[in-house]
Design a protein around this ligand. Structure first.
Ligand code: LMR
Length: 397
């Protein structure tokens, strides 16, 4: 019967891993999938993670089941890190959490929860957004619509259009997916005043914030990268959070994430907690523990936490430095707008103003691997390849 299945198209992001790996040009620059790379192009296990693994190996005496909400220490410590330990979201008892299989698992659980509470809700996503947002959230059956976010030609956020679309067309109870920081794929983040404006608009229209926080610590720093989430959590009775430990703890393949539902009352939070657990049980029964146990070990130990924060900050600073160098190299050649945009954008990604044909050319003629959309992962560049990268980009434009 399986001959009846249709062939699957290559994945826009994961598919690029293989394509880039197959290129043997020593001058290859791989800016495809969103993984952090250090100055020699490696993605090492973070020091604090290695140390936590050693301790876990020594101390763990059982692999028995933990439960459908995953590792409770992880849920508590990671929530405190993200919302702030003394925040009202944490102290009020209004927050229901569960460990998820990566940020993606958290997005799926969050969307399922929204669907259970309000099957008529539409989820609004930015144009553009992470290539897997629509497939992942859409597979809940919820309706998805798009709001304008970024203009690839001007390389700026279309904030007025974003507000107008949501003001005119979103209906009460719809959810708005917002990238907490380091917008994927553009790197263009809302300013503090834009967060306030969008918060006011959503509050007035009774829209539910659904925050995807996958890059905390890699934009402006840990606390600053939670600015939008914390602002919303302070004023909205309800919101949904999907957070990831893939990038900031380098735990990609371990699949560690957190879904959170901030509810109007502690009683509502109990209901949400129950439904998240039930959904988890029906989908995968329970999330895997290894990565979450490592994060919990790090966050429970001040010395390990400090070391993790230092290494995370080094990663962030390296990427900011690469942005500045690429900006300078582009500026020398007169590409002022692109230079300014890339320098100011945050986190791993920027969206180059290139067509799919030009992206193809960058790959086939220059061995510069980026997504068809024009997305580059700046962490894949190196100081010694920056000038060549700027030359290649300008050569195809
Ligand atoms: C990316 O955007 O490159 C990462 O989040 C990896 C993925 O799963 O798409």
């Amino acid at each position: 019967m399986f001959e009846t299945l249709s062939a699957t198209p290559p994945d826009a992001i994961v598919g690029m891993i293989k394509i880039a790996a197959a290129d043997t040009n020593p001058k290859k620059i791989d800016l495809g999938v969103g993984i952090y790379q250090d100055k020699v192009g490696a993605t090492p296990v973070m020091r604090a993670v290695k140390e936590a693994e050693k301790r876990l190996l020594r101390e763990e005496d059982s692999k028995k089941y933990i439960g459908i909400h995953g590792n409770p220490a992880f849920n508590s410590l990671f929530s405190k890190l993200i919302f702030g330990a003394n925040s009202e979201a944490i102290t009020s008892g209004r927050l229901a959490t569960a460990q998820a299989a990566g940020g993606s698992g958290a997005l799926r659980l969050g969307a399922e929860l929204i669907k259970l509470a309000n099957p008529a809700a539409t989820i609004w996503v930015s144009t553009p957004t992470w290539a897997n947002h629509q497939p992942l959230i859409g597979s809940t059956g919820l309706r998805i619509k798009q709001y304008p976010y970024y203009n690839k030609e001007t390389q700026r956020i279309d904030f007025d259009d974003m507000c107008a679309e949501l003001r005119d067309n979103a209906k009460v109870g719809d959810a708005v997916l917002l990238h907490g920081c380091c917008h994927n794929p553009t790197g263009a983040d809302l300013s503090e005043s834009q967060w306030q404006t969008i918060a006011d608009l959503m509050l007035e229209k009774n829209l539910l914030p659904f925050v995807d926080l996958a890059y905390a610590g890699l934009g402006d720093g840990l606390a600053q990268d939670s600015y939008g989430l914390r602002l919303l959590a302070g004023i909205f009775p309800e919101l949904v959070l999907a957070a990831s430990c893939s990038k900031n703890f380098g735990l990609y393949k371990e699949r560690v994430g957190l879904v959170g539902a901030l509810c109007a009352t502690p009683d509502d939070a109990k209901l949400a907690h129950g439904q998240i657990g039930l959904t988890m049980r029906r989908m995968i029964s329970m999330p895997p523990d290894h990565g979450a146990a490592l994060v919990a070990k790090i966050l429970a130990d001040p010395a390990l936490t400090a070391d993790w924060k230092t290494e995370l900050e080094d990663m962030r600073v390296r990427m900011t430095g690469l942005r500045a160098s690429l900006g300078e190299a582009l500026l020398v050649q007169g590409a002022e707008q692109m230079a300014a945009a890339i320098t100011a954008q945050k986190g791993m990604f920027s969206l180059l103003p290139v067509s799919q044909e030009q992206a193809d050319k960058l790959r086939s003629e220059h061995s510069v691997f980026l997504l068809n959309s024009g997305r580059i992962n700046i962490a894949g560049a190196r100081t010694e390849t920056i000038d060549r990268l700027a030359d290649c980009i300008l050569a195809v434009l």
